[in-house]
Design a protein around this ligand. Structure first.
Ligand SMILES: *[C@@H]1O[C@H](CO)[C@@H](O)[C@H](O)[C@H]1NC(C)=O
Ligand SMILES: *[C@@H]1O[C@H](CO)[C@@H](O)[C@H](O)[C@H]1NC(C)=O
Length: 449
């Protein structure tokens, strides 16, 4: 099922994304059915050399005007999406360059501020449409370092960020692989650990592909949007799978109960959410309008994806509350409490950070949100690794769940083994002197949860 989704997504991507070009080196043919059209946007920053360059060559039978707009209210914000006549739109620009078919041209941006967003549009007001056989547009910041030249302000620093977190996730995956190896040897590779290992590998691969995109972007100013989107899809699959794990745990899986009633319902439901999320993420990239936004979570599909997250969170809290009220063991009740608080924060952080980031300048939005996003995800996955560490998980995972997901075999373990586990839990109870008080406070809080 998952493999099919991935294959479908790849086909989808190759069909749609290879045509869209958000890159700062624009090549290929171009067609618009209007006589004035948005070409691209670029943010110049204060650079070592003090300038930013723009070069172009347009091969066409038409002669175009290349208009450069700044982000003020009487320039781009007035022209874009307005119904004004072509001539009026060209008037709104800060600078107009007459281009000649097949002849290279260039423009120099000087006196640059900390950052300044520019928008570029092509027009031919004497015609009804724009037709270009071939174009070559290159826009870059005049940094001395080759690694940062190609990046517009909102993407500066992204390469460093993804490299850092790729390494972090890679190390985490290696550590987990070591644990998995030990678990396999001890024949104790539980479904939760299995699923979690899958989550970790997909998350790491996801960042890997995003990293490849930014790395190649630094080289050639084009990168591969397809790879970036593919990376985000892998991350989304990883995230939804992770949510499935924590919902199953919230249902008491392998902690309070050995066998979950309604497991298939959850798996089907989460499968549906997975498909919806992947479609929304792809859609967010496709509809991303660089004339207005820099970042996928500012577009409708991106917002819908966050709403899906909130819906899943509600399901999680619903099940968690139910399990919590049924659970008698105070150690486990305490565990459910912490579990609930931690993961509610985790569910809420993406919508909250996105909301918060609306308050800061658009050019920082993507960076800041992504930095928080990677950090939180890394921390929660590192926490999960710790939690699944054999000596730690023994405390909470009462039941051997080896066969739960893979087969329909619901065979219960022998009572003696259960008793052994229960004894262990009881010992821990009596060891903790505050167990009585916690169970009391738990009772009070059960109304709140
Ligand atoms: C950018 O423009 C400046 C000024 O014309 C020029 O000196 C510089 O060589 C250009 N950079 C490149 C890479 O062509
Ligand atoms: C931005 O463009 C507008 C419209 O062309 C122009 O009047 C204004 O001076 C420009 N602002 C800056 C800072 O260049």
């Amino acid at each position: 099922m998952k493999r099919k989704i991935i294959t479908l997504s790849i086909v989808f991507l190759f069909l749609f994304c290879f045509q869209s070009s958000h890159a700062l080196k624009l090549t290929g043919s171009w067609h618009r059915s209007t006589n004035w059209a948005f070409l691209t946007s670029f943010c110049f920053s204060k650079t070592d050399t003090g300038y930013g360059n723009l070069t172009w060559t347009f091969n066409s039978d038409q002669t175009f005007v290349l208009s450069i707009y700044n982000d003020s209210s009487n320039s781009w914000n007035k022209a874009y999406k307005s119904d004004a006549h072509c001539d009026a739109l060209v008037e709104d620009s800060q600078k107009n360059e007459q281009t000649k078919p097949g002849k290279p041209g260039s423009y120099l941006f000087k006196d640059l501020d900390t950052y300044k967003m520019y928008y570029f549009a092509l027009s031919d007001c004497l015609n009804d449409e724009l037709e270009l056989q071939k174009m070559d547009v290159h826009i870059w910041n005049g940094f001395n370092s080759q690694l940062s030249q190609e990046f517009s302000c909102e993407d500066q620093g992204m390469l460093g960020l993804v490299v850092f977190y790729f390494i972090a996730f890679f190390i985490l995956t290696c550590i987990q692989s070591f644990i998995v190896f030990k678990l396999l040897k001890g024949n104790n590779f539980q479904p939760i650990s299995r699923l979690y290992y899958f989550v970790l590998i997909f998350r790491t691969l996801g960042i890997f592909f995003v990293m490849i995109h930014f790395g190649s972007y630094a080289q050639n100013g084009k990168g591969s949007i397809s790879l970036e989107v593919f990376g985000e899809i892998l991350s989304t699959i990883s995230t939804i799978t992770f949510m499935t794990i924590i919902i199953l745990v919230a249902k008491g899986w392998s902690i309070s109960v050995q066998y979950i009633i309604g497991k298939s319902l959850i798996l089907v439901l989460m499968g549906v959410f997975l498909v919806i999320s992947v479609i929304l993420i792809i859609a967010a990239y496709i509809v991303l309008d660089k004339g207005q936004h820099y970042y996928i979570f500012e577009e409708v599909p991106g917002v819908l994806y966050q709403i899906v997250r909130l819906v899943i969170m509600s399901i999680f809290l619903y099940y968690l509350r139910k399990t919590y009220l049924l659970e008698q063991d105070s150690v486990k009740r305490k565990f459910y409490q912490k579990f609930g608080i931690l993961f509610t924060i985790w569910f809420l952080y993406l919508p909250l950070i996105s909301l918060f980031s609306l308050g800061i300048s658009g050019v920082y939005r993507k960076k800041v949100t992504q930095a928080f996003y990677y950090t939180f995800d890394f921390l929660i996955l590192a926490g999960m690794s710790w939690f699944l560490w054999p000596s730690v998980s023994k405390k909470y995972f009462t039941y051997d769940t080896a066969n739960l997901l893979t087969s329909e075999n619901t065979g219960f373990k022998s009572n003696t083994e259960w008793d052994a586990f229960d004894d262990e839990a009881e010992e821990e109870n009596s060891e903790s002197s505050s167990s009585q008080t916690t169970s009391n406070s738990n009772k009070n809080e059960s109304d709140v949860l």
